[in-house]
Design a protein around this ligand. Structure first.
Ligand code: NAP
Length: 288
């Protein structure tokens, strides 16, 4: 590794402005996004990953530094971003925890929060660690995107306030919530969204819908672009979100129950009830 310029890691007092950022999992989709983001903010960025050759190749493309190991990557960093899948977090934290330097901040960006935040607390004892979830994918622009922070103590909240100010200066919309509330929200919103996309795609596959594609309507094309955006994303991540977020099956069971009710009204040709339910949804959505 081209060793980053060493400097004493300073504990921020009211302002957070990292100069050197280490991104573990840095050649992955979000790791590359954050490498570009912090580089544009003027930070020196170092990335690490499991494959040294891939790390070097991607680092060269991004114009950042490549570390030969996770342990090497964190040397001298103000901020350490853990950009690995949630089921890799335990191993990564175990690897780096004994090498953390005074004042270094650690954030994870996994899409679930309860278990990752517990792991941060288990392994990051002396430093401040914060659970975060960028609510966007690797092709997004920063401006206007939601960024969730999940502080669980006074010192985490102080850091979250500093980080929030830093993110807001780049145009993010920052939201604080507890890890538990975050996971409930993800179950009801994100996992259900993916479920609807996959189940719709699977239904089309079963109905051999491609035969009718040339006669599609505007609303079908709208749905098609939504389904394709879900199906084109990472099965590794989305399958994890189905099983790794608590209570997703309850949300999906509710969706299946309501689907059956609708199918039954259609089978009975009960137009009156169908209309009344359509009006009921319209009224509900107009209030939120
Ligand atoms: N993609 C999204 O839309 C999105 C949005 C918000 C948050 N997130 C979260 O961001 C995180 C990363 O997601 P992603 O989409 O960027 O996934 P990804 O492309 O698979 O990136 C994860 C990276 O972690 C690396 N890695 C695995 N084990 C490692 C280890 N022990 N040490 C160092 N690196 C390791 C992987 O390297 P190998 O490929 O060599 O295994 C891979 O490059 C996940 O927690 C996800 O939930 C994703």
């Amino acid at each position: 590794m081209d060793v980053p310029m060493k400097h004493k890691v300073e504990i921020s007092k009211g302002t957070f402005n990292p100069r050197h950022v280490a991104i573990i999992g840095g050649y992955g989709l979000m790791g590359q996004w954050f490498s570009r983001f912090f580089s544009r903010k003027g930070c020196s960025v170092v990335i690490s990953g499991r494959s040294g050759s891939k790390c070097a190749r991607v680092a060269k493309k991004l114009g950042v530094q490549a570390a030969s190991s996770n342990k090497d990557a964190i040397k001298g960093a103000d901020l350490i971003v853990l950009s690995v899948m949630a089921d890799r977090l335990d191993g990564v934290l175990k690897e780096i925890s004994a090498h953390l330097e005074e004042g270094q901040r650690v954030i994870d960006i996994t899409s679930v929060k309860s278990v990752p935040v517990k792991l941060l607390h288990k392994y990051v004892r002396k430093n401040i660690a914060l659970g975060t979830h960028p609510m966007f994918g690797p092709s997004a622009q920063a401006k206007g995107q939601n960024f969730i922070l999940t502080p669980t103590s006074g010192k985490e909240r102080a850091f979250a306030n500093d980080l929030s100010a830093y993110l807001k200066r780049s145009g993010f919309n920052v939201i604080f919530m507890s890890p538990k509330k975050h996971d409930n929200m993800i179950g009801a919103m994100l996992s259900l969204t993916h479920y609807v996309g996959f189940v719709t795609g699977d239904t089309w596959r079963s109905l051999k819908i491609h035969k009718f594609m040339t006669t599609s309507s505007t609303s079908f094309r709208f749905l098609e672009s939504f389904v394709k955006s879900i199906v084109d994303a990472s099965p590794e991540l989305y399958s994890y979100l189905q099983v790794g977020v608590p209570n997703v099956h309850k949300v999906e069971n509710e969706f299946a129950r309501i689907s059956r009710e609708w199918a039954e009204l259609t089978r009975r040709k009960d137009r009156k009830r169908l209309k009344s339910r359509m009006y009921r949804i319209e009224r509900y959505l107009s209030r939120i």
